[in-house]
Design a protein around this ligand. Sequence first.
Ligand code: SF4
Ligand code: SF4
Length: 340
Amino acid sequence: MTPTTKPTLSVYWASSCGGCEIALANLHEKILDVDAHFTLFFCPCLLDTKKSDVEAVPDGSLDITLFNGAVRTSENEEMAHLLRRKSKILIATGACACGGGIPALANIQAPASFFETIYRQNPTIDNPGNVVPRPSTAVNEGTLAIPAFFDRVRTLAQTVDVDYIMPGCPPEPKQLWAVIELIVQGKPLPPKGSVIGAGQSSVCEECERKRSEDRKITRLFRTYELVPEPEKCLLEQGIVCMGPATRDGCGGLCPNVNMPCIGCYGPPAGIVDQGAKMAALLGSLMDIEPLKELDEEAIFKRTRGTVSTLPDVAGTFYKFSMAGSMLRQAASPREGGQAR
Ligand code: SF4
Ligand code: SF4
């Protein structure tokens, strides 16, 4: 299979859920424009193009590749290198490729514990031989091979050189289209390394809820614990809304329908670590006035009580950005890229 005269568009998913492909399908009738301007060359969820077809084209001959998903396995890594070599423009697409996404929350556990939980202790598994996946297994007929499982989930940019970053879980179709339209119309592309299909500020700028000047919170609530007031900032009501620590671009989808932002566009421009930004902000919002009269032990108990109302700190602050954060990996003893 060889590319035609139209520019080629390739779409690949590594460790991800498929939502980014759904975002492409959600372009609705604009998908016909995509078809009019591009030849879809490689897209495993839609086409039967094989890896060998990609290997067969000259290096740098694929025009645009949207790579979604984190790099969790040796197969993800191999495809990242292959598509980098073959593509003129490689775009890290979606939260998993950009920041590690949900798969990278696994970085806070030692990899051996996943296999223990999933293959040995899982009550629905019958595994008397204590078998866990291995990259290669000798059988009578030869050697069976599966991709190796890395110790650490990485972003695409931590694996290969990336031209652009397009965040979101998934990227909003209108943002995806804005990028495709730019290319279709032959307009100048932003400088290499730019974040595209998103804004520069935070979700709060797109949110319709009202913020007060003097906001203080005394405790945190999970979403099922209260029905939030419809017009007031969720954070001021004690619901952890990641809006201030999340890049704009979605239009404030979640807070505008009474749900807190959970951070899927990653940190705003200029913020290195989304979780650290949010933790600092929450600290500044806590109302410490009532604590001033208390002794040290009472303050400790009270603040610990407040923090304990946030049940999953990593999953709240780093739900989509763990691999790209300063933490990157909290529990595993080795750096990433090491196959088990
Ligand atoms: S509800 Fe969330 S996104 Fe909206 S203003 Fe408050 S913190 Fe920002
Ligand atoms: S509000 Fe936050 S979680 Fe919801 S779509 Fe926008 S960036 Fe993602």
